[in-house]
Design a protein around this ligand. Structure first.
Ligand SMILES: Cc1cc2nc3c(=O)[nH]c(=O)nc-3n(C[C@H](O)[C@H](O)[C@H](O)COP(=O)(O)OP(=O)(O)OC[C@H]3O[C@@H](n4cnc5c(N)ncnc54)[C@H](O)[C@@H]3O)c2cc1C
Length: 417
């Protein structure tokens, strides 16, 4: 019998599998697709760097074609209000830089690293069902084979195989969105270090991302309410291209750009899952829940959850203890909750006014940069500062005395017929 079976070879699954194999367990990873495969989610966070070091992939990330990212630039669609949150000016050296990646390559790097660490990696092996028993679990794959393991980790991403089966996965009504996106060449970038920043462009009813995945390629995406897409009478491609043209800041950057991929879309990507752990299972990464991509938290949350869960699974298998798994569930739920607070507020005018014109009184700017960089698991010291930030947002809602009002009504909107 195997010790651990991991479902899914994305960043969550390959991280958990690698760490557990290195702890001496027999680990098999089952991945539905053949890598490299396309995936969205190209902008990483600096707090992931510690894990890249431990996994032994930092040198390859620095050597590769991956674009260094030193900050995140937020700007309104008319270009009038903007701010760059700079990791390299505010964070300690180990967190000053992150990476923009082509996910097909990045995920493949992590999966190869898992295999080199002793994981039995099986690609093109979709899991069709999981049966949890008292002493072990049985995982069935598409060929009909049933595999027994002492513990199963669900890293199946958005599919959340176990979460969906147990009915514990639910959509977040306030975040019913759709993203339409593609890669372009010839998009203008700022000079110097700022060239690698993620740029988030806020429009009245949504936002764009501009992520330089390589020196040449720019990932450009638009996120709007799903209802807008349903009612706008445009195809995904028309919605993306017409909204680009209607948004002065983006149109200016893209005046000489050409699209080099099809336009992809993803909808209803925000959901929560209850019951992340049991005696024989743990859900990690997107399988444990995913929120709106506005702060590029997905890959970091996937890998960090895998890291914490791997320690908890070790304690479970060696000592029979559930404490680590229960702590993992608590920590993961709390971290997702912290981001949820930021994300749900991001769609409010008063939040944006304060966020885009931040003050560093009481260390508020530094606390925001840390949370944007991924400091959500051990952020006790910043909790008070962030609470104060939200007090300022509430004051701004009543009277705009904290920050200059944005000319909201004049901001561009997503295109429609
Ligand atoms: C529009 C959008 C933009 C985003 N932008 C960003 C960003 O800029 N930065 C960021 O960090 N994150 C971003 N994300 C989130 C990011 O894509 C995910 O959080 C991340 O990929 C999660 O990793 P994971 O390993 O949990 O899941 P995945 O990467 O989805 O990997 C899951 C794997 O499981 C496999 N699988 C699924 N079902 C089965 C099965 N039955 N059997 C076997 N294998 C299976 C899949 O083939 C897949 O390879 C974005 C998400 C969206 C929707």
């Amino acid at each position: 019998m195997l010790d651990v079976l991991v479902i899914g070879g994305g960043p969550a699954g390959s991280t958990a599998a690698t760490l557990l194999a290195r702890k001496g367990f027999s680990v098999r990873l089952l991945e539905r697709d053949k890598f490299p495969r396309f995936q969205i989610g190209e902008s990483l966070l600096p707090y992931n760097n510690d894990l890249f070091d431990r996994l032994g992939v930092s040198d390859e990330l620095k050597r590769g074609e991956y674009f260094p990212k030193y900050g995140a630039h937020f700007v309104t669609g008319d270009g009038r209000t903007e701010f760059t949150f700079r990791f390299d000016r505010i964070l300690p050296p180990e967190h000053q830089r992150s990476f923009q990646v082509r996910r097909s390559e990045f995920d493949h790097l992590l999966l190869r690293n898992a295999a080199a660490s002793g994981v039995d990696v099986r690609e093109e092996t979709p899991v069709t069902s999981v049966r949890l028993e008292n002493e072990s679990c049985f995982v069935r794959v598409a060929s009909g084979e049933e595999i027994e393991a002492r513990f199963v980790i669900d890293g199946s991403g958005h599919a959340s195989l176990l979460g969906s089966r147990t009915g514990k996965k639910s959509d977040i009504a306030s975040l019913k969105k759709i993203a339409v996106f593609a890669h372009y060449r010839g998009v203008e970038k700022p000079k110097g270090r700022d060239a690698g920043n993620t740029t988030i462009v806020v429009i009245r009813d949504g936002w764009f991302w501009l992520i330089p995945v390589t020196g040449e390629l720019m990932s450009v995406g638009l996120v709007v309410d799903r209802d807008h897409f349903v009612n706008c009478g445009l195809s995904a491609e028309e919605l993306l291209e017409r909204s680009i043209a209607a948004t002065p800041f983006v149109a200016e950057r893209m005046k000489s750009a050409g699209r080099v991929t099809q336009v992809y879309s993803r909808k209803d990507f925000s959901y929560r899952v209850r019951d992340l752990v049991g005696k024989r299972f743990a859900l990690i990464g997107d399988a444990a829940g995913f929120l709106d991509p506005i702060f590029s938290t997905g890959v970091y949350m996937a890998m960090k959850s895998a890291d914490i869960a791997a320690d908890a699974v070790e304690a479970r298998l060696r000592k029979g203890s559930m404490r680590g798994l229960e702590r993992y569930e608590r920590d993961m739920t709390r971290a997702l909750g912290r981001y949820f607070h930021f994300i749900s507020n991001f769609y409010r005018r008063e939040f944006l006014e304060v966020f885009l014109q931040p003050s560093n009184r009481f260390g508020l700017l530094h606390a925001i940069v840390r949370i944007l960089a991924g400091n959500v698991f051990g952020a006790a010291g910043d909790r008070l500062k962030l609470a104060l930030f939200f007090v300022l947002v509430r004051i701004q809602k009543r009277r705009p005395v904290i920050a200059r009002p944005i000319r909201w009504e004049a901001l561009p909107r997503a295109a429609s017929l």
